[in-house]
Design a protein around this ligand. Structure first.
Ligand code: P6P
Length: 330
């Protein structure tokens, strides 16, 4: 249709982008599209709660402890509820697994349908909410095997099996980053029309940047290789950036390059970050953007989890920077 007026308004929404991606797969049924639509709806709701938290009294502790032994923030519970309600109505979802819940939620098994499992950290970094720091939602989408009765076994898949992964950053703006295995797309919420609009497709992480992101307070308990890398970085003009909110730290790394890591520590000998809904989805995004992600010696996506809340060490970012750290770990 001929362009009548060029207001150069961006109208490529997340929904339109996914439908265009879906059209490339003739066998696609549209089920997957509905899942992304549900996550997008939940993200808008969570963004609204996060941005009005002090006005609505949603800031602060909920008063209970989650399966991780962490004090739940009110917004952890609100975000978890929003995602469970939005995804729970989608017939294509078989199992939901949340950082906030001890066990996965089984919606459909066997011949009841449900092609996908969705795993998520509803509000990562929420302990930073009181100070206005960016927090985020992280999600990972796996295929469901209806013949596996045990939901734990169904969701404990290697990251290479992911159909899609992404995160939402509730920061200076609300950013939705998504990969379906065909590159990384970045959307920003336009609050005036209530849509996530495409800002950048095929996002590529810079191959190098002299920035490392790690909580150096624990450095004395890191394995030796990490300590030797940090000494080298201090002597070679690196700068340090650490927010303490994974989605914010990873998003900065994706856009500007550098390396983010959460090594094994005395307190968390396996690392602090969880595999299925933190390390694995972030690794998928990093690799799709041309970066690297390792958990110990192994490529993060090739780790085989045994438990839903299993933790792994995380080393991800620019290929040149990750390889530099690995030189010291060998
Ligand atoms: P530390 C937030 O609590 C979180 O789970 C991640 O978002 C973040 O990367 C990490 O923990 C920060 O942990 O031990 O540095 O405070």
């Amino acid at each position: 249709m001929p362009m009548r007026h060029d207001f150069s308004e961006n109208l490529m929404s997340l929904q339109s982008h996914i439908l265009l991606e879906e059209a490339k797969h003739p066998s696609a049924s549209g089920d997957f599209t509905w899942i992304i639509s549900a996550i997008s709806l939940a993200a808008k709701s969570i963004a609204n709660h996060v941005r009005r938290a002090r006005l609505s009294g949603a800031i602060g502790k909920f008063g209970e402890t989650n399966v991780q032994g962490e004090e739940q923030q009110k917004l952890d519970v609100i975000a978890n509820e929003a995602i469970m309600r939005c995804l729970g109505t989608r017939a294509s979802v078989a199992v939901l697994a949340s950082e906030e819940d001890d066990q996965p939620t089984i919606l459909r098994r066997g011949n009841e349908g449900g092609k996908y499992c969705v795993l998520f950290d509803p509000l990562d970094g929420s302990s930073n909410l009181d100070t206005g720091v960016g927090v985020g939602t992280i999600f990972s989408i796996l295929r469901n095997d209806p013949h596996i009765p045990d939901a734990q076994a169904t969701v404990c898949q290697q990251g290479t099996q992911q159909v899609a992964a992404g995160y939402v950053l509730y920061g200076s703006s609300t950013i939705f980053v998504l990969t379906t295995g065909n590159g990384v797309a970045l959307f920003e919420l336009d609050p005036f029309i209530g849509s996530f609009l495409l800002v950048k497709d095929k996002v590529r992480i810079p191959a190098a940047n002299k920035v490392y992101s790690v909580n150096e307070a624990y450095a004395s308990t890191f394995p030796d290789g990490y300590q030797r890398y940090l000494s080298w970085a201090h002597a070679n003009g690196y700068s340090s950036r650490y927010i303490g909110s994974m989605v914010a730290d990873v998003h900065r790394t994706l856009l500007t390059g550098g390396v983010f890591m959460y090594p094994p520590t005395k307190k968390n000998p396996e690392g602090k970050l969880r595999y299925l809904y933190e390390a694995s989805p972030m690794a998928f995004i990093m690799e799709q953007a041309g970066g690297l992600a390792y958990s110990g010696e192994r490529r993060t996506l090739e780790h085989q989890p045994r438990q839903v809340h299993e933790r792994v060490p995380v080393l991800l970012g620019s290929s040149g920077e990750v390889e530099k750290v690995r030189e010291f770990l060998r």
